[in-house]
Design a protein. Sequence first.
Length: 272
Amino acid sequence: MSAMTIARLELLIAKRNMWVATSLILMGLFSSVLTLAGGAPSGTLGVDPLIIATTSITTLSVYLIPLIGLLLSFDAITGELDRGTLALSLTYPVSRGEILLGKFIAHLLVLGFAVAVGLALSAGLTIWKYGSADLSYLPLFKLFGTALALGAAFLGIGYTISALARQTGVASGIAIIIWLICVVLYDLGLLAALVADGGGVFTKSVFPWLLVANPADAFRLINMPVDTVSTLASGLGAAGKASGFGAQMGSLLLWPVLALGLAWAAFRRVEP
């Protein structure tokens, strides 16, 4: 038995998992609505409608992709503990690292499929509404790749929670708290610090790096076309320029490695 065998088994389980269907429905529905509703300013701004759609989907993805990643992974280990299947899995000639890797591959494929469906619907609706001439598809491919990296980071965080909590109910509660902190409370805290600082050292030197340290914010900075759609982009442009694209991408790529490393270390301590 290998990691790919574990991945195939996890994909079979995923077909019966309501979170998979929910992920597809949410990504498809919201991407379609945002594409149709967000295309109105394109004529006024003279901007590629597909870029505007990508900007809208980026805002959606910051909230939805971390949530999907955590929902797919929070019971990956505690669920097997509750069902009593983890002890059986550990009797097979497969290491814990391979078990974790197999789960990760399967869940990342599910998440990637959901994102691909949403982006394909967005591109299809944009072409149907505006035609295919002069459309730039590069932002869509960049959004897809960075969305996978963001999802991978929260899959790893979810596995860590699952290994440490040992109980499914506790793991689900912690997962929701982590989601709230990363995508809502973290930015609110930075905003409060900015207001208190009043344009001082924190605003100019510390804030950009704290923003990039959060994978959700790094994802947003990478995909928001600040220079192209300045009217629609948020006030993160200055922070994005201060930290630089390399730091943003480095944060987004480092988080999955760090999270999976923590998950593996926590999983090694789990006794069925």
